[in-house]
Ligand binder design. Structure first.
Ligand code: UD1
Length: 436
């Protein structure tokens, strides 16, 4: 089962969940805010930071750049007074695409940056051309050599210049890189066709609290007026809408009534709309609490899109849910080119999913059966856990390093709701065996 000696997750299906789950801070916000802290030559205090392998990797990158970090539970103190803009380590950057975000703050604050290219990943090639073209429009010289992006700003004061940038695609990462770069640039930067994701707005709010001048975040046109310097900040990361969405699907797929808090219900609007279409009710109980009331699941069609469209990061979880819904559904994945690898694993559990290019056709089946499955990326791993909770019998999920990248204590939270699952570390099992 665990041929490579990696931990596995055993899940006993037909779970019935109950209670309330605490939603952690948003991974994608926390990662970019950590990079954004490089803009500030003082202390940044981030609250509500989730406990994740991706956050640890970002911390390693900041440390390599000379930043002092101090973590206490969900509070992360970042002191970026002294930084060396050339020290981002390849081995960590290559494992964490978000680490490329450091290029914007380094370049705008210090006039130079050297950051390894993040490379492809399991869900597609994921180039950084939009980040690079935007920085070039702001006057940066960018050279890519031996897998390394060398960027610098020449001229008297070594400062980026405000520019009008139209993004060919509303890339989340490129919008964030350019917002950060523009905060300390000379003059005004206008980003058109900008990403509107809540995490982009969170970054803009964070930068504004450090003294940046940004308007329009959350719309497709963002205007940033550069300032001389940013200052210290104490800031709470927004709740993770993808973790919250995953728990809503956990309720729907196990026919369980569960509540989640804290959440920002508006951030989940496209996910809630699909759950309604599928026969579930999602009720806002207080300003920041949602309850899912499950129903008989009906098929529906989904197309992933930039926000406020349906999030690609919820596509895999909904594929698991649609597998158990009455009727035929279709999913079109328009954001990433290779994000259906979970389909084959769900089929191993008895799902009926056929793939055609970036379309998946899902014929609902009455039940799934537990099976050994392999997680292929972060959200795919969540989809397999959800399928395992609903399936008959035992499911064994391998490839847990994907899950650990982006879910803060998923097993513990599911156990609290009454799910039966446990992580097994084959090494400790072997040691127990030797000791006995
Ligand atoms: C972010 C999220 C990720 C989410 C994605 C889309 C983080 C850390 N990750 O990723 O969880 O799935 O948004 O909501 O915030 N592209 C280019 N050139 C570029 C940049 C992007 O072609 O320079 C393409 C990508 O390959 C992809 C599409 O644009 O096909 C969307 O990517 P983007 O919005 O940039 O996603 P990320 O910021 O990488």
């Amino acid at each position: 089962m665990s041929a490579e000696g990696q931990p596995i997750l055993e899940i006993w299906g037909r779970a019935s969940l109950r209670g309330e789950v605490q939603i952690s801070g948003a991974k994608n916000s926390a990662l970019v805010l950590m990079a954004g802290a490089l803009l500030c030559p003082g202390d940044c205090r981030l609250r509500n930071v989730p406990s994740l392998v991706d956050i640890t990797r970002m911390s390693q990158i900041l440390t390599a750049l000379g930043v002092k970090l101090n973590q206490n539970n969900d509070v992360l103190e970042i002191d970026a007074r002294q930084i060396n803009p050339t020290k981002a380590p390849y081995d960590v950057v290559s494992q964490l695409r978000a680490s490329f975000f450091v290029i914007g703050p380094l370049l705008t604050r210090l006039g130079m940056a050297r950051v390894p290219l993040p490379g492809g990943c399991a869900i597609g090639a994921r180039p950084v051309d939009l980040h690079v073209r935007g920085l070039q429009a702001m006057g940066a010289n960018v050279r890519i050599e031996s897998g390394m992006v060398h960027a610098n700003v020449t001229g008297k004061n070594g400062k980026l210049k405000g520019a009008k940038i139209y993004l060919d695609y509303p890339s989340v990462g490129a919008t964030e890189t350019l917002i950060m770069a523009a905060t300390l640039a000379e003059g005004e930067t206008k980003i058109e066709n900008a990403a509107q994701e809540p995490e982009v707005v969170d970054l803009a709010n964070f930068c504004c609290q450090m003294g940046a001048r940004i308007s329009g975040a959350g719309t497709n046109t963002i205007v940033i007026t550069g300032v001389e310097q940013l200052h210290s900040v104490n800031y709470a990361v927004i709740p993770d809408r993808i973790e919250a969405g995953t728990f809503l699907v956990a309720g729907a797929i196990t026919h369980s009534e569960i509540s989640l808090a804290p959440v920002i219900p508006q951030h989940l609007a496209p996910v809630i709309a699909k759950l309604h279409e599928m026969g579930c009710r999602v009720v806002t109980q207080e300003r920041d609490r949602l309850q899912i009331i499950p129903g008989e699941l009906r098929a529906t069609d989904i197309e992933t899109l930039p926000y406020p469209g349906f999030p690609t990061d919820m596509q895999a979880q909904f594929m698991a849910l649609l597998s158990l819904s009455e009727g035929d559904s279709a999913i079109s994945e328009t954001v990433f080119e290779n994000r259906f690898r979970h389909a084959a694993e769900l089929n191993r559990m008895g799902a009926d999913i056929r793939l055609k290019g970036n379309h998946a056709l899902i014929r609902g089946v009455p039940f799934l059966s537990g099976a050994p499955v392999m997680a292929t990326d972060l959200r795919a791993s969540a989809a397999l856990v959800l399928a395992g909770l609903a399936a008959e019998g035992k499911t064994i999920v391998q490839g847990l390093h994907h899950l650990d990248r982006g879910y803060d204590n998923l097993e513990g939270k599911l156990q609290q709701l009454g799910a039966k699952l446990q992580r097994i570390n084959p090494q400790s099992r072997a040691e127990d065996f030797r000791r006995s």
